[in-house]
Design a protein around this ligand. Sequence first.
Ligand code: GLN
Length: 450
Amino acid sequence: EALDRIQALEPKLHSFLHVTAQQALEQASAVDAKIAAGEEIGILAGIPVGIKDNMCTKGIPTTCASQILKNFVPPYESTVTQKLLDSGAVMVGKTNLDEFAMGGSTENSAYHITANPWDLSRVPGGSSGGSAAAVAADECVVSIGSDTGGSIRQPASFCGVVGMKPTYGLVSRYGLVAFASSLDQIGPFGRSVEDSAILLSAIAGHDPKDSTSLKVPIPDYAAGLKPDLRARGRLRIGVIKETFGEGLDSVVEQTVTKAIDQLQSLGAEIHIISCPRFRYGVPSYYIIAPSEASANLARYDGVKYGYRAPDVDNLLSMYTRTRSTGFGEEVKRRIMIGTYALSAGYYDAYYLKAQKVRTLIKQDFEKAFEQVDVLACPTVPTTAFKAGEKNTDPLSMYLLDLMTIPANLAGLPGLSVPCGFDDNGLPIGLQLIGKVLREDQLFQVAYAYE
Ligand code: GLN
């Protein structure tokens, strides 16, 4: 059914870069065979899943939506996709993204843009736009994305689905193509909180192949969900004052305010919290993330992976031509910004300073969490915009990440849950940010709200 749906909708949506129909049918038959033999089946047995195309899948192209990885077929499986296969999931395809996950609209894909299922003339958000659109349009039941500065939560908000970025280190990054390694986290998309919770339990857990992976027990997030917000006692929600104000769409403001009122009527205590350094998130992120990216992307040199420019007569021109033609505009912009920020003489002024600001933002959160259990704010200041509207103005695109970036800088879990629509019928997301490893609380609040 998922494959039929994909076939019917893809000509309009373009959520996928590759549909893996044959493998999906084989995986589904393997599940059937297990059932027939009376063998135990996994928690995701037979569930169609979409995978963002920056996760390595053995024998299946993994392009990161870049020309430079056009012909790359990984010889190994990422930990997350291996865990999905082990739990019986059926991968229906690799989803579209902004090239190397750099962007917020999926328009930076080197292959094609993805449409927002609610209005085909609009973007699905990004960078995990394909994964969000595929779930919203029912092309798969759940999907996997990655979030460096908002790339799961922002498209979840634009497409009206649930999306969660876990605590840094909860999900293994082994086999995730690195963008900014100190910020990247893999997480789930689902149409419901429960689906997302089930998926997170399946992919989380310690992995010796990722040195930043946390050694913690993984709860069954879905089993703990209760419809009553007060089921586990007092719950204090802090509304981040600084996220309401200039630049916030008035419908988004009204809708999110209503959602917070509803949380109060469900029994939560609402507090107004100040995170004064929140607004320095965007400027510090746009130094740190490109700096890390400039180092991570040095490996694409035409020798080890994917594309190599033809007709070159020496080594240097091979590097230069490969990288100049293989990378898109946004990726090159970031490599240049990052290289500049890390250069001798500029390091202290930019990179080091940005890292210090990162610490200050973390301290804001620590202070806030002395007073409340969960923080709430809009996920994005606007609803989905028209394709082509912002892609000539990178700065206006960067500013959209205002509310999602701080959780990445501090390594905290963040979730976006649909909370209403604007006057054009476009979805709006409520963001919940939790304490380290308190994904359970975020799911619980979102579940009671939903
Ligand atoms: N929009 C942000 C950026 O362009 C976030 C991307 C992400 O989380 N991968 O960097």
